[in-house]
Design a protein around this ligand. Sequence first.
Ligand code: UN1
Length: 481
Amino acid sequence: MSSKLKMNYIAGEWAVGSEINRNINPSDTGDVIGEYARASEVQALQAIDAAYDARIIWQRRTAEERSDAMDRIGTEILARREELGHLLSREEGKTLLEGIGEATRAGRVFKFFAGEALRLGGEKLASIRAGVDVDVVREPEGVIGIITPWNFPIAIPAWKIAPALAYSNTVVFKPADLVPGSAWALAEIIVRAGELPPGVFNLVMGAGSKVGNTMVSSPKVRAITFTGSAGTGRQIGMKCMERGAKVQLEMGGKNPLVILDDAQLDQAVSVAINGSFFSTGQRCTGSSRVIVHESIHDRFVAAMVERMATLQTDHALKNETDIGPVASQDQLDQDLFYIASARDEGGRIVAGGELLARETPGFYLSPALITETHNAMRVNREEVFGPVASVIRVKNYDEALEVANDTEFGLSAGICTTSLKYATDFKHNSTAGMVMVNVPTAGVDYHAPFGGRRGSSYGSREQGTYAREFYTAVKTTYTQA
Ligand code: UN1
């Protein structure tokens, strides 16, 4: 066992696991970031017991104490954002600027919930009976199981852990097995800077099939919040439903970006490039279907190709890199599969979609733009989760709206237009959970509700004050004096 092994945190103690996970840099597969202990199922159960037992202690802390803990955590994350961003980019492959941006967002989330801890209120209603008081209060749920994906290794953990703790719940946290580094660094800050009593926060690293499954199945875990693939999300949802646990699922997207013929071309290209390719397209909010009015189609595609030629795909930590590598070989295989399927179904790859050799061995794929696609093609139905965007040509706004809404997902949807009429209509009639006008479909504010409809999300919204819906239970009390 190496002394540098990064351990799980269970019941207030750092604990070795049953296996060792080597964390590899996707920009340079020869670079091992560190060794991380995978927890066993027994350890996951110990973490759950510890969180269960610590509930009362944490609930008895005052709102101010919990607020101060969140504030100290946020302060340390922000002070160390460059170092944390560096680690994040090194293990996940997004660029250093994106990594630092994400670490900053995580710090800001803790600051936001430091305020929210003090702001949790209730309601007083008039009763229909004389002399009776009706009060509606919010209480913690208990133990929250948190399961997070690899594409936002620090921000998504932050926006689930911060509200869970701020609203007096205790936590068992399982980060993605692919990127345990940022999550471990976050956990270390949480327990030390937060000065949390033992058991309030537990980190159990490892595979979803073992550790995650133990959390989902345990009757002591009152609520599960999950961000990840639609397939896993559905299974988790069904298991939670079976045992009556509260569940919140953030799954995939097949987000449309509509480009109308009155759009400002430069702006539309920037919005599309950002939404489709930044963070290597590995965002559930990414613009994967670019729906373009026929009168601007050729000009838009030409301008996209021109702009894409200026983008540097390279090692995530190089200053001049715009697009880092894909996060893993599995994800790269998936991206290539969808590019091939689009070509087989008649799509034209007008830019990118090629494996790139760089100074260091990594999962480099040039961002791909595919034209001549239609909405029934597999690449337009299923989530790719890579730097791959397809263009769908439409005759007019009505067709654009119809195509945009014709998806089993419904997370984010965007439109580029200078028309107030069409922008307003799109805001009203898009069936996505988040609608963007002249801004990218991805890259959301940390204090606004986040979530989608249909196959994208299940349960209440994340982030902002809306997070309290998931992390608290409502109680109505009636009192006759
Ligand atoms: C963003 O676009 O800023 O997994 C956030 C994801 C989303 C988060 C996207 N849950 O990509």
